[in-house]
Design a protein around this ligand. Structure first.
Ligand code: XMP
Length: 319
């Protein structure tokens, strides 16, 4: 793609000019955006870049291994894998307000990066895969007065006490453009085609208090849902699909026993850029099949619902 080749060359020059001989650390979230940012920056400045993958314990099933495998196996990009599950889960205990959860996670990410930057002897720059829609949505709602919808944890700059400058080479791009750039940079198609995954991870898919147990229940259900979507050949037709574990219990019957367990909501949307979205219409008995599997295989869930809300008025994530 001619325009992406141009963009790539221009950004590489821009990154070199901004960074000079400085050191950069880049947070990998597991998503496409941060991976593309990392590969682009590595092309510009080589080993002046260190990537940090913070496993906050809020990843999907198998995600941490996939990301670390891709970067260590495919690229020669230095990668630090930080296991920070306890730090994040302890801090999330007792938090149930969506913005409080997002703000804690964002701030804790920064703390972990800061600590890692110190360990590699200091880094002047922090790289992030911020996209144009992230910038807009953290600032205002289209056309209206300035109202924060959600604090995207990777937007809004760094706390004043931090001595790092931001490198955000994707700030002007929409998702489809990031994917084109990823292909231009030679990232594997399966990786480039991945559904978006939010920085705060499963924490914003567990309304109410987040616990390790609830994360484990959600991970299992989510993996079944995604597996069935892939088996049905629907993965690429969907912008994003995921499960949400609700803080609501309902009564059910299993065999001849009463159950009183959590409700799970399934969400799948089509979208072009994440700014607006429509509920995906699954064919035939797909949702019944997934529901049966989840209730049979995941302890702690006894009812499954499907979310038909568009964006607007809904958002894609529930928090
Ligand atoms: P919403 O829920 O705002 O989501 O309609 C739009 C898209 O953005 C993703 N999302 C995030 N991505 N950090 C991210 O990197 C975040 O804090 C964040 N919050 C939402 C969401 O998954 C969807 O693709």
């Amino acid at each position: 793609d001619w325009s992406m080749a141009e963009f790539r060359a221009a950004k590489i020059a821009e990154i070199r000019a901004q960074v000079g001989n400085g050191r950069v650390i880049c947070g990998l979230s597991g998503g496409v955006d941060s991976a593309v940012a990392a590969v682009l920056i590595h092309e510009a400045i080589g080993d002046q870049l260190t990537c940090v993958f913070v496993d906050h314990g809020l990843m999907r099933s198998g995600e941490a291994d996939e990301v670390v495998g891709l970067f260590r196996g495919h690229y020669n990009i230095p990668l630090v894998h930080v296991n920070a599950e306890t730090l994040f889960l302890n801090g999330l205990a007792g938090l149930s307000d969506p913005e409080a959860k997002r703000k804690f996670i964002g701030a804790t990410f920064i703390d972990v990066f800061e600590a890692e930057a110190k360990k590699i002897g200091g880094a002047e720059f922090l790289a992030q895969g911020t996209l144009y829609p992230d910038v807009i949505e953290s600032v205002s709602f289209t056309g209206g007065p300035s109202v924060t919808i959600k604090s995207h944890h990777n937007v809004g700059g760094l706390p004043a006490r931090m001595n790092m400058k931001l490198v955000e080479p994707l700030r002007e791009l929409f998702k489809d453009e990031v994917r084109a750039l990823g292909r231009e940079l030679g990232l594997p198609d399966v990786f480039v085609g991945r559904h978006p995954f939010p920085g705060p991870g499963l924490a914003i898919r567990i309304p109410g208090e987040v616990t390790k147990e609830r994360c484990d229940v959600l991970r299992k259900a989510d993996a079944i849902y995604l597996e069935e979507i892939r088996l049905a050949g629907l993965y690429d037709a969907i912008w994003q699909a995921f499960a949400v574990l609700l803080p609501v219990r309902t009564v059910g019957v299993m065999g001849d026993a009463r159950t009183y367990d959590s409700v799970l909501a399934l969400r799948a949307v089509t979208s072009v850029d994440g700014m607006t979205a429509q509920a995906f219409q699954f064919p035939g008995d797909f949702l019944s099949r997934v529901t049966t599997r989840i209730i049979n295989e995941v302890r702690g869930v006894n009812r499954v619902t499907y979310d038909y809300t568009s964006k607007p008025p809904g958002t894609i994530e529930w928090e």
